[in-house]
Ligand binder design. Sequence first.
Ligand SMILES: *[C@@H]1O[C@H](CO)[C@@H](O)[C@H](O)[C@H]1NC(C)=O
Length: 410
Amino acid sequence: MLSLWMISIACMGLGSFCAGKGGLEFPSFDGKDRVLNINKRNYKKALKKHDMLCVLYHEPLSADKGLQKQFHMTEMVLELAAQVLEDRDIGFGMVDSRKDAKVARKLGLEEEGSIYTFKEDRLIEFDGELSADTLVEFLLDLLEDPVELISNSREQRAFERMEGQTRLIGYFKGEESEHYKAFLEAAEQFQPYIKFFATFDKAVAKHLTLKMNEVDFYEPFMEEPVTIPGKPNSEAEIVDFVNTHRRPTLRKLRSEDMFETWEDDMDGIHIVAFAEEEDPDGYEFLEILKEVARDNTNNPDLSIVWIDPDDFPLLTTYWEQTFKVDLFRPQIGVVNVTDADSVWLDIASDEALPSAEALEDWIEDVLSGKINTEDDDDEAGREGDDGDEYYEEEEEDDEDVDDADDDDRD
Ligand SMILES: *[C@@H]1O[C@H](CO)[C@@H](O)[C@H](O)[C@H]1NC(C)=O
């Protein structure tokens, strides 16, 4: 997280002053440069030298002091990740979109401000929150095997409890099975965002009602999995199935792929539900949402983004100001992803939470366009402007860098 990073910076030079007791010592940047400037002379070597190479593709450095600081902070996220992961075989680098345009093209880098990771012959974009915690977690997940084996009933129960995750599990004869190999190849294409599991154990397979060479797809929060038709499945069949079914009816916003989720809107809007899982009201509301999602899982037009404000402390104030809602209470609303304009279901604080039926009626009105963010725009136009201000400050920093740089150059 950014906050961790700031603590780390605060610790620099103070040394023992804020070092924790043994057993709980946050890393602070040790001053050693580990992030390479990638250019045409060194990129091939960098790729060859490491199992994985993680690069930031960035705009040229701006003359503006503020933007330089922002850039430096991003660089520090990479430096801290590189330091923490020093004994793993991961290289870190930066590619300047102007100076190293050719290299960027060769590597297939497209979006300035993005972080890309090379693993074997794959290029994986990091679409999460730009913080050392999230980046390190992402890289550690990528280092693991793309398929996790479930070999006993304890692991099988743990697998069944991962209800918030999109996941697949297949039953195969063993590691040498060609169908397992196809499954493995498919898994590599979704690592680390969608988890693939396999079992070679008859009893585990029986518990999960899997037949030999069968693959089940679990949508988040659904009680029953869906079996991929036509077993045994080829790699392409599995990949196609996942791509067609990967947008769930209810999904949790996660720091590791929050931007990807947000970009996957439904014709310019998201239905967003805020609920704190650890709060009794929030928990109850979430249970109602799950019920609604289960009832409507066959509606391809419906995808609700559930946000637990506890997961995003840095964004909570911004959301409250932009959406004008109290996030200490459960909320559900429609958000226009272009201008962050929104409308929210009125949930009076002293009354019971809406029933699943009431929620379904409301969702139906949203999907039919009867409830939308545009109708009230004449009176509420000004409010949107306030929101935009915060939006720029907190969310669009990268874009600001881009814009300002363009201005400088042109
Ligand atoms: C979202 O907002 C933009 C800009 O105000 C508007 O042009 C667009 O129609 C809105 N989209 C929806 C789906 O309401």
